[in-house]
Ligand binder design. Sequence first.
Ligand code: FAD
Length: 345
Amino acid sequence: MALEEYKGVFIYAQQVDNEISSIAFELIGKAKELAADLGTDVTAVLLGHNVGNLVDSLAEYGADKVIVVDDPELETYRTEPYAHALASVINEYKPEIMLVGATAIGRDLGPTVSARVKTGLTADCTMLEIGDFPLSVPEGKEDTQKHGQLLMTRPAFGGNTIATIACPDNRPQMATVRPGVMQKIEPIKGAKAEVINYNPGFTKNNKYVEIQDIVKAVGTVENIMDAKILVSGGRGVGSAENFQMLKDLADVLGGMVSCSRAVVENGWLAQDYQVGQTGKTVRPNVYFAIGISGAIQHVAGMEESDIIIAINKDADAPIFDVADYGIVGDLKKIVPALTEALKAE
Ligand code: FAD
């Protein structure tokens, strides 16, 4: 594999039901930074059927080029035809970097494709940058650093450490990236991208999985990743019923309720509301951490919030280390009082 043949930063532009997933725009935002450091451009890879109408939004969010594979085989996500299409695009266009969202689809697609194109993949990244690898040269040792590598950072060992991983000897350098961590850039209305239609050829009469029926989840779960204000509760809230206090505060503020993993494990709220390493990554304008101790796995999912307000009866709780404002006391007294005071405003 001649590494210098591989050029450009590619992102997988996930779409579901003819709608681009937010993660695709987040990936373009990060890809722009990486591409600027490498002196190259950003290409979005759009797979689906009748998806040409989605090209413009990818351009407006910063893609310089869009490679479109449009085929009835790609009507609905299935591993085999999607992996075939993306692996074919990689083999044909040879990107230096290939980013995929760590969504349910991306976690399936990314590793399948990386195995097919015989490169590595760092899963669930929370930080990406261009740098040197190894990161440092021990004193007295020969400098064998390779420059311009993609440094892929992710929590490891149950979130107890942060690992930075590189893929110096294979291309593309592939990563899946956690939704909600990277920032979209402001879209530029009317921006255009170069569009490349590519047909990798699909084998018909194959043994692909056949979709018989799609049953949508019943009920609408609010997406805490969209909230500007989150009122998040932990084990300290004490019961499912007590979450009504937090809901009342969230309603006054026009926000949503979220929680720590302890709350999900206790069955007080569904997993959709969990913030953290094994939950969602959020970056609201205001994050209330109420009765939450501030375990590293929780903090990993909320530390990028603009303003963090912690309420905890333990003045030494680690959550106060990341909080901008802290109130030490019993949440059962403080939360209703805060809600009443806000209502009175
Ligand atoms: P606790 O740690 O029990 O804290 C409760 C807090 O409430 C305490 O600080 C206490 O002082 C305070 N309190 C109690 N009563 C009151 C009161 N009346 N008024 C005010 N304060 C009060 N956790 C997550 O949240 N998200 C994750 O995604 C996640 N992923 C994980 C992944 C792995 C691999 C592992 C090993 C763990 C993970 N965890 C995660 C669990 C994490 O380590 C903690 O156990 C969890 O975050 C603790 O939740 P908590 O802060 O609600 O509960």
